[in-house]
Design a protein around this ligand. Structure first.
Ligand SMILES: Nc1ncnc2c1ncn2[C@@H]1O[C@H](COP(=O)(O)OP(=O)(O)OP(=O)(O)O)[C@@H](O)[C@H]1O
Ligand SMILES: [Mg+2]
Length: 252
């Protein structure tokens, strides 16, 4: 097995304040994520999946425990450091896409690069165009998000998450708002990214999606109760039209 952990969690806990009480949402999570793993996080509603993803994505801090991301100690980082880790190391995709409604597809994808020093606007644009081509959206770069289908919106969000070349791509139910054909297309894209070396962690309720990942972590009541690996992931069918279009655009 690849012994190159890019993330290591030790005894992570997280609680939320409810009135004068605290609710313990994560009860001591231990987890190593190696480079180029493709992981599904499953579990019942309320089991702590989003809480865990938000900590992995440096969107929130644990109450206690250790979180090492590359060489960085995240659990004790300042807000500024967290923002830096998010921009440099993490690509985050949400169920509801979270695109900037008033920006074009191209400007949505360029946006994270604005926080990078030492790149000209032309270099940023070239990089954004390259990533948009890789997700099959070269013909939509001037559209606004509301002029796209759900699957296209999610592909913009994936392009925006990838444009900074993050070490890890995190998706909290990224296909939760999509129909089954569009889900197949987005999963085909994740598999292709994984085949190209991307480390990916997805939260999902759907067993067919978890079956396409190499490893499944099951959370129940704030604890990992199962951590299993699949030898060969079962791939859902990809529509021929999408495959042809993606291959054509990648070839450009
Ligand atoms: N901001 C908050 N304040 C108080 N409690 C919260 C807050 N966010 C989450 N919780 C509680 O923490 C627990 C875990 O929530 P979380 O959102 O991580 O679950 P989940 O596994 O992602 O669920 P779902 O599948 O419904 O998205 C739940 O019991 C939830 O009610
Ligand atoms: Mg959730």
């Amino acid at each position: 097995m690849n012994a190159n952990p890019i993330i290591e969690l030790q005894q992570i806990t997280k609680s939320y304040r409810i009135g004068t009480d605290r609710y313990l949402a994560l009860k001591g999570i231990d987890l190593r994520i190696n480079s180029n793993e493709f992981i599904a996080i499953t579990g019942p509603s309320g089991s702590g999946k989003s809480t865990l993803m938000n900590i992995l994505g440096c969107l929130s801090q644990p109450d206690s425990g250790h979180y090492r991301l590359g060489d960085n100690d995240v659990a004790s980082a300042s807000e500024d450091d967290l923002a830096g880790y998010r921009n440099r190391s993490i690509g985050f995709i949400f169920q509801s896409f979270n695109l900037f409604a008033q920006l074009t597809v191209l400007d949505n994808v360029i946006y994270p690069l604005k926080f990078r020093w030492g790149q000209t606007q032309a270099q940023r644009k070239a990089k954004a165009l390259q990533v948009l081509a890789s997700v099959g959206l070269s013909d939509k770069i001037n559209n606004l998000p509301n002029q796209l289908s759900g699957g296209q919106r999610q592909r913009v969000a994936i392009a925006r998450a990838l444009v900074t070349e993050p070490e890890i791509l995190l998706g909290d139910e990224p296909t939760g708002n999509l129909d089954s054909n569009t889900t197949d297309e987005i999963m085909a894209l994740f598999r292709q990214l994984h085949a190209n070396g991307q480390t990916i962690v997805l939260v999902t309720h759907e067993p067919e999606i978890a079956a396409q990942c190499q490893r499944e972590l099951r959370l129940v009541d704030g604890q990992i109760v199962q951590d299993r690996r699949r030898e060969g992931a079962q791939f859902a069918p990809v529509s021929p039209a999408f495959r042809a279009k993606a291959q054509q655009e990648i070839a450009c």
